[in-house]
Each structure stands twice: as structure tokens, then as C-alpha cells.
Design a protein around this ligand. Sequence first.
Ligand SMILES: C[C@](O)(CO)[C@H](O)COP(=O)(O)OP(=O)(O)OC[C@H]1O[C@@H](n2ccc(N)nc2=O)[C@H](O)[C@@H]1O
Ligand SMILES: Nc1ncnc2c1ncn2[C@@H]1O[C@H](COP(=O)(O)OP(=O)(O)OP(=O)(O)O)[C@@H](O)[C@H]1O
Length: 284
Amino acid sequence: MKGGPGALRETAFAKINLALHVRERLPDGYHRIETLFAFCKDGDTLEAAPADDISLTIDGAFADGLSAGEDNLVIQAATQLQAASSLASGAAMRLTKALPVASGIGGGSADAAAALRLLARLWNIPRDSPVIGEIASSLGADVPACFLSETCRGDGKGDRLAPLSSDNLRECPVLLVNPGFAVPTGPVFAGWDGADRGSLALSEPLKWDPAWRNDLMDPAKTVAPAIGDVLAALEACPGAVFTRMSGSGATCFALFDTVGECDTAAETLIAEHADWWTMRSLLR
Ligand SMILES: C[C@](O)(CO)[C@H](O)COP(=O)(O)OP(=O)(O)OC[C@H]1O[C@@H](n2ccc(N)nc2=O)[C@H](O)[C@@H]1O
Ligand SMILES: Nc1ncnc2c1ncn2[C@@H]1O[C@H](COP(=O)(O)OP(=O)(O)OP(=O)(O)O)[C@@H](O)[C@H]1O
């Protein structure tokens, strides 16, 4: 598919967890969490044009090894929405994969959410249709938040959302760094030690708070010790005001006061670690 006339486009915004407090292991194996989601202005790109059938092509830096078949969350989102809406029409989609896969910044979840937003436009389905909400929840705990792609608090499995005013965070320069390998989410949650370290207190207007934790950091470091190196490198960057791991890792991020400091940090880390992936962005 070429992004020509008739093609609609959505960004699958990279997700970061400014806080991720794990409270309890649930009987179904999932965990009750309290998290603060924020979104970057950049991410993957998804385009769609009218077609008889549903199809997907993938390009971009992280296209390799990612199936464009039924196990792709974009295809799952599209086929579920098509079936639930009893539609005869399909969509020819193209995903430009800029975010590393299984990296804690929601890549697949953001793609699924972008597909739902995009196909709602293409197929004239109201964005607030309950069907879309149900499909989003069924595709993954992060998908409802990614569908919203606004700063919000997530409770339950991370899918009970409460939007928050985020004037202090909007346009905040952010640097994302991944040490270069995938970390699957399930084993990291499974490695949580079961200790409830306390709830997530948020007061508006939001401002980053040293009390915000990521309780998955220690189990993620067990799977991928290089996370500790990434965090240390980010913390050492002049102007980094808040540094954490995102989601289940391995991507870590730092917020900066100025774009200049963020740019300098990125250049320094790229020069020192050729194998690390970095992305500079602004919070939405
Ligand atoms: C770590 C986060 O990214 C933080 O935003 C999310 O909690 C994970 O969201 P996600 O990748 O969309 O998660 P899912 O695809 O639903 O689940 C992947 C696996 O993570 C574990 N999982 C996920 C969410 C949650 N609240 N508790 C869990 O234990 C489960 O083992 C599950 O099988
Ligand atoms: N479009 C997609 N992009 C990335 N991964 C996908 C996609 N579709 C399916 N997947 C599968 O989903 C899994 C998780 O990928 P994803 O990039 O969402 O993880 P993540 O960044 O750790 O997400 P989260 O922060 O939600 O835990 C991968 O194993 C991948 O094979």
C-alpha cells in the first residue's frame, strides 16, 4: 500500500509509565497495578486505505521478524472491529515500525489502538462506540490507555482509566533508551516479589515526583541486567530531571527541562553506546 490519496494515517504514540506500582497478584495471573501513563508525540505510523479485504504490510526500522499475519495486533484489531460491526469492507494497511518490539513502550498495544482509531475513521464507526472499548480491552491491558493516548491514571489491570490534567508535562522533552533486546512482559510480572510497596498518590497539577516507582524494575533487571546501565547513563545526563524504566522494560526514559539538554544527552549516549536504541520526543 502506498500512502497516496485516500489513505488515512494515525501515529501509534509511544507509551511511557511515569509510575507503575504493582499492588497485588490476581487469581487469573494478572496483577493489580496503579500506573501513570504518558505518551510521546512520536511512535509507529499506521496508514489505511479502503479495500475489499483486510491486509497489512510492515516497513521501518523494526519491521524485521514481526509477522504481518493473524498474530499481529493490528490484524487482530481490524478483524475484530470488522466482525463486530458486520462490515463488508476491508482496509489495506501499512505499518511503519519505528518502536522496538517488546520494549515496555507499548509498541504492539499502541499499534492496535492506532488501528482502532484509524479504522473507526475509515469505516465511519463512532470513536466512543462500546464495541471499540471492548475490543481494546480484549487485545491487551495497555490497549485502552493507548487508544486514549493522553496522560491518565490506570488502575485495575491498567485498563481502568482516569484522565488527568497534564499541563506541567505537556511538551516536556523526553529521551527513550533501549539496550537493544526484547523483554517479554509476562516473565517480568512473574518475577515480582509480591511485596506491596504502597499506593500511587497523584495530585493535580501533575509534576514528576520522586515517590513514583516502577515496581517491575528489579524483576526486569534480573531478565536484562543492562537495564541498570541504561538507567545509570540517563541519570548521569546533565539536565535529566526524572528517570525511570517504562512498563516491563527494557526501555528507560529521562525527562528534561530543555530540548537542548535532551539533544545533548542523546548525542552523548549514541556516541558511547552504538548498540543502544534512542528516541527523542516531547510528551503529548
Ligand atoms: C507493563 C505494562 O506495559 C504497563 O503499562 C502493562 O501492564 C502490560 O500491558 P500489555 O503488554 O498490554 O499486557 P498484556 O498483553 O495484557 O499481558 C501480557 C502479560 O503481562 C502480564 N500482566 C499484564 C498486565 C497486568 N496488569 N498484569 C500482568 O500480570 C500477564 O502475565 C500477561 O499475560
Ligand atoms: N504490531 C505489533 N508491534 C509489536 N509487537 C507486536 C505487534 N503485534 C503483535 N506483537 C507482539 O506483541 C508482543 C509485545 O509487543 P509490544 O511491543 O507491545 O511490547 P511492549 O512494548 O513490552 O508492550 P507493553 O509496554 O504494553 O508491555 C511481542 O511479542 C510481539 O510479537
